[in-house]
Design a protein around this ligand. Sequence first.
Ligand SMILES: [Zn+2]
Length: 118
Amino acid sequence: MAVTFPANFSLTNLQRRLEPGIVYVCGSCRLPIGDHNDWSSDHVGDNVILMKAVSQFVKSGKLTTSSDPGDAGSQYQPLSCNSCHNVLGKFYSSTPANLNYKLNLYNIDKNVIDRYKF
Ligand SMILES: [Zn+2]
């Protein structure tokens, strides 16, 4: 027999953890790039954070086919800061199968950004 749920329900405070908010900013000029709502995952091996969305201050460049050994054959748009032109990362629109986790996400280089908790 199927279990039915009421149309409205609420979580108790015990189940809900209070996570600090995080805002990611350009490491050079401090404009906000995104926040924890846009975050998808951290990828330690590649030293990138994967974001589902970024702020208006992130500019996408021309679609490029990579010849770097790390992501050869993939297609991406380079991402840079709209204000200071700091190179921030890549947005992949096609990848080899082993890099599918990066697909359609903003891959932001952790070395060029800072993060603040609020
Ligand atoms: Zn900047």
